[in-house]
Design a protein around this ligand. Structure first.
Ligand SMILES: Nc1ncnc2c1ncn2[C@@H]1O[C@H](COP(=O)(O)OP(=O)(O)OP(=O)(O)O)[C@@H](O)[C@H]1O
Length: 616
């Protein structure tokens, strides 16, 4: 692709893609649908009721055309787009055809992409970094890095993003972000692009640039581009090849924008002079020109397509039966893309995470400083309590506080971040960037070392200041148990973040760990009411706390010095452990138990995320 030349901008600063230059030829796909319905279950008067949103609609979107789905708010535009893109499947019925052959979900995923209304892009990467990672994840491993770079160059150039390639995404304008979302998906050269309200939130110039760019992509690359649209200006409206109008889940009109006025006029609905046809369309759709006319339009429009050239109408199923395999377009021969194997996906996702973590320095520094500061404060408050029989109970409080602090920070570090991450993850996953397992591993590969670092920053100063025994074995046990407990707590944070709404998870998560921490510290097993005994055994925080105490006072520790007092009841650590019921702690068992909670929680988290990502 080295000799490829791209015309970057026309006189209006609008990026232009020249025909056939950028991508290898890809299947041209017409998308049509017949008798499409979509039903959801909702609660009404304490009853579960079915609500039909799309009422058996028909339509057809052609390759090489830019189609706008329009209609009043709440008419079902996004729902239709979601169903066609395969984003919402359960609750839908009817037939969707790709070149007159019934849609296959896997095939659909290979040839289409879905760009949602909000720009769910990675804010902490530059434009080029975003594109490079996407290219490595989405393109076959057989493609050389040089070819990937020139493809990325070409797309950036053609979408007018080349001059912003080193800009961090968060600093891009709304229009540029939208173009980046499109650029990211163009990497695999999809035949069909679905865009949900791409112009919302953009000023008129950005809207015009974006629509011109979509027109270029449709006309010059023969792509099928379908987007939902709110009231556009008359000029913008004319740029579309087709308009599909929905009202109350029914089709009102499908055809070229300039034929709307004559089409409606034929049915006695006349557009006032100098009126924006897009506004007129919506006014008709909401019944401002009378409900009888509207009903007639709905009755006549759905099954037929009003075409520009011949003014003829055809029923989709007729075409399907007629065409069979004679049409060149009717079979889409799509080779399965040879995507990178899991280990390469992990590698690229890991590198991406590292870049984002480095850019998010403030957060990391705050986490480190908070751990160091609290370590120093706790160390000062409980100074030298570890080597004195008279302060053994203070040391218990220090150990409890330490355990709870690391459990809490481990969990809170991720409980909020995941819900923010989820929307971008959903977009990337839906558009086939990677599979879930490599994604989870890539997160753990960054989060786990960082959490270990935070633990060490806290443990080292507090351990020394509180005068705990300077024995490598005890220090190692103490550190290892705190680290695995903190990581396990982090895993519960991921689970809460993945499975619950933020407002609930930030409440439930900490309450849950505080509840678990009470057992073994505030109440001994023998005093625990029978109905709560299972919590005692279940609590990994209790398990950790007892192991921490044992690692400092167990293993036949010598008699403790009794400073400042004549008599110390707990001079003998074995007696102390026995009275506290900590003498029977099996360190290996407790370690394995905490590790298994860690593993189970991650398996559960992955399952929850998988379910949410695949729930359509
Ligand atoms: N899961 C759901 N449960 C209940 N009602 C739903 C659900 N999804 C969509 N709806 C309803 O279906 C109708 C169509 O929604 P949709 O989001 O498709 O409209 P829209 O035309 O895209 O609206 P807007 O232009 O305002 O975004 C709305 O009345 C909406 O409340």
């Amino acid at each position: 692709m080295g000799d490829v030349k791209y015309q970057s901008e026309d006189n209006n600063n609008v990026p232009v893609v020249k025909k056939g230059q950028l991508f290898p030829k890809k299947a041209e796909v017409d998308l049509s649908f017949e008798n499409l319905t979509y039903t959801v279950s909702t609660f009404s008067h304490y009853k579960l009721v079915k609500k039909e949103i799309l009422h058996g609609i028909h339509g057809s979107f052609r390759s090489g055309q830019l189609t706008a789905i329009m209609g009043p708010s709440g008419s079902g535009k996004s729902t239709l787009l979601n169903v066609l893109a395969g984003y919402s499947t359960s609750g839908s019925s009817g037939s969707v055809y790709l070149n007159d052959a019934l849609r296959d979900e896997k095939q659909m995923a290979n040839i289409s992409c879905y760009i949602q209304q909000d720009d769910f892009v990675r804010e902490l990467l530059t434009v080029r970094e975003s594109m490079t990672v996407a290219a490595h994840l989405k393109l076959p491993t057989t493609m050389s890095t040089l070819s990937k770079v020139s493809l990325v160059d070409g797309i950036l150039e053609s979408l007018g993003l080349a001059i912003h390639e080193n800009t961090i995404v968060t600093r891009l304008s709304g229009g540029q972000k939208k173009r980046l979302s499109i650029a990211l998906e163009l990497i695999t050269n999809p035949s069909i692009l679905f865009l949900d309200e791409p112009t919302t939130g953009l000023d008129s110039l950005s809207c015009s640039q974006l629509v011109s760019m979509m027109v270029d992509l449709a006309h010059n690359q023969n792509r099928t581009i379908v987007c939902t649209l709110h009231q556009p200006t008359a000029l913008l409206f004319e740029k579309f090849d087709q308009v599909y109008v929905v009202t109350s889940g029914q089709c009102l009109y499908q055809g070229p924008p300039h034929l709307i006025i004559p089409y409606f006029a034929e049915r006695t609905i006349v557009c006032p002079p100098y009126h924006n046809p897009a506004d007129f369309l919506i006014e008709v759709a909401i019944g401002e020109y009378g409900t009888t006319g509207l009903k007639k339009l709905i009755d006549s429009a759905p099954k037929y397509i009003y075409t520009n050239d011949q003014h003829h109408c055809h029923k989709i199923s007729d075409t399907y039966q007629k065409n069979n395999s004679t049409d060149e377009k009717s079979s889409i021969n799509i080779k399965q893309v040879n995507r990178p194997p899991s280990y390469l996906q992990i590698y690229h996702l890991y590198l991406r995470n590292i870049i984002m973590y480095k850019r998010n320095k403030l957060n990391l520094q705050l986490r480190i400083i908070a751990h160091l500061l609290i370590g120093l404060i706790f160390g000062y408050l409980y100074r030298d309590v570890g080597d004195d029989a008279s302060t053994i109970l203070s040391n218990m409080v220090f150990i409890y506080g330490t355990n709870l602090f690391l459990v809490y920070t481990g969990q809170m570090a991720v409980i909020v971040s995941f819900p923010l991450e989820y929307k971008v993850l959903k977009r990337e996953h839906f558009n086939g960037w990677f599979t879930l397992f490599p994604y989870m591993i890539s997160i753990l590969l960054v989060e786990i070392p960082f959490q270990i670092l935070c633990c060490l920053v806290y443990i080292i100063p507090s351990y020394v200041l509180t005068g705990q025994p300077m024995e490598l074995m005890r220090f190692s046990y103490f550190t290892i148990f705190l680290v695995v407990t903190s990581l396990t707590s982090q895993s519960t944070g991921f689970l809460c973040g993945a499975g619950l709404p933020v407002k609930i998870s930030v409440f439930i998560g900490p309450v849950f760990v505080v509840l678990l921490s009470v057992f073994g510290f505030a109440i001994r097993l023998r005093d625990t009411p029978t109905i709560y005994i299972w919590v005692h055994y279940f609590s990994f925080v209790r398990s950790s706390y007892q192991s921490l105490v044992y690692s400092l006072y167990g293993f036949d520790r010598n008699v403790l010095p009794c400073k400042d007092e004549m008599y110390c009841h707990y001079k003998n650590p074995t007696k102390f452990l026995s009275e506290m019921e900590f003498d029977q702690v099996h360190m290996n068992f407790e370690f394995l138990y905490i590790c298994s909670v860690f593993l189970c929680t991650y398996v559960l988290t992955t399952t929850v995320i998988w379910y949410r990502l695949n729930k359509r």
